[in-house]
Design a protein around this ligand. Sequence first.
Ligand SMILES: O=c1ccn([C@H]2C[C@H](O)[C@@H](CO)O2)c(=O)[nH]1
Length: 177
Amino acid sequence: MSSHTKGHARHDTALIHGLSGSEVQTLSETCIEAKGRAYCPYSNFRVGCSLLLTNGTIVQGANVENAAYPVGTCAERVTIGTAVVQGARKGDIRAIAVATDISPPASPCGMCRQFIREFCELNMPVFMYDKEGKSTIMTLEQLLPMSFGPEKLLSTDEIANGGRDDLARSTSELGNA
Ligand SMILES: O=c1ccn([C@H]2C[C@H](O)[C@@H](CO)O2)c(=O)[nH]1
């Protein structure tokens, strides 16, 4: 299946990364709608984002800029932060969609990829919509290979024992990274 398709053309029974056509349609509509709520007077670069949660809920967000430029926050972090304070945790997010006004579509910045990594599975699809509403789809793992996540941190026992030296475990983690 092509990974570059017009969001509105899907047959409802088609599964894209385990999502139905109507779920993908909802993601595309909600992230594009969220783009309209961006607060971006400095860059004029609108980014909308939406998440599909396992309970069927959609969470939306957009970039929120600031006169002190680095203080501004990307759409992806606004949206995931909103979901997290509503109670969502790792395993609760089935897909993320991002919309911008450029073609080919923008992909989440490096900081956002790491932020997404904290709360999402590596095989979660990231839908990126361009200015025409056409999408490119990649998994989080494709966007952030060999990533660092919470499971890499050492427990107090491991710290007391001088680290983690289970070769089999580190090798398999690398393979799944
Ligand atoms: O992945 C990205 C990249 C950029 N932006 C925002 C930040 C800033 O407000 C504007 C220009 O960088 O776009 C996002 O929301 N997500």
